[in-house]
Design a protein around this ligand. Structure first.
Ligand code: SME
Length: 175
């Protein structure tokens, strides 16, 4: 049975341990549930609480969530489930960090958003960002977007864990 404790992360865990818990809880939550809205919503919660259980800069994460392929425009992303402040509703492929990840199908690890050409500042507090494409049958179906209010908020360690999570979401959900 689903329990709120799934998003309780103990203090003092390493980032590696926290990501292992995110993946383990996500697998358990997706068992018997393939609806992407439902699964993305719980994953946004897991990610938010995971980062906030860690020391800075991870604790300065100010947005964790998803954009998905706009059903009315296959060259555009639409806002999906998230934790954090109200955000841009649509993002064209190729625009900003999210649009770059969607267009190139490559993770965008951005240590300083001010230096990223065309960065979309939904929230001026965001200083760094990581965006990971979720690819199903060779097509981008959604992206994971995490923003941090500190520069250099994310590393290769975040990239590899979030890419593992993206693969799990792609195989566990129907879009
Ligand atoms: N900064 C993103 C836009 C999405 S929000 O940060 C939630 C971008 O440049 O794609």
């Amino acid at each position: 049975m689903v329990h709120a404790d799934a998003s309780a992360f103990a203090d003092g865990l390493t980032k590696q341990e926290v990501y292992a818990q995110v993946l383990e809880q996500a697998r358990a939550l997706f068992d018997g549930q393939r609806n992407w809205v439902c699964n993305f919503a719980n994953t946004a919660s897991l990610l938010w609480h995971a980062y906030h259980s860690l020391p800075a800069p991870s604790s300065s994460v100010n947005w964790s969530g998803f954009y998905f392929l706009d059903p009315s425009n296959p060259q555009q992303l639409l806002l999906g489930p998230f934790h954090g402040q109200v955000a841009c509703q649509t993002i064209a492929f190729g625009r900003g960090v999210c649009g770059a990840a969607a267009q190139t199908k490559q993770t965008q690890l951005v240590p300083d958003v001010e230096k990223f050409p065309g960065h979309i500042a939904c929230d001026g507090a965001s200083k760094s960002e990581i965006v990971v494409p979720i690819i199903k049958d060779g097509k981008v179906v959604a992206i994971i977007d995490i923003d941090c209010a500190e520069e250099k908020g994310f590393s290769e360690e975040d990239q590899s864990a979030l890419e593992e999570l993206a693969a799990l979401l792609a195989e566990s959900c129907d879009f």
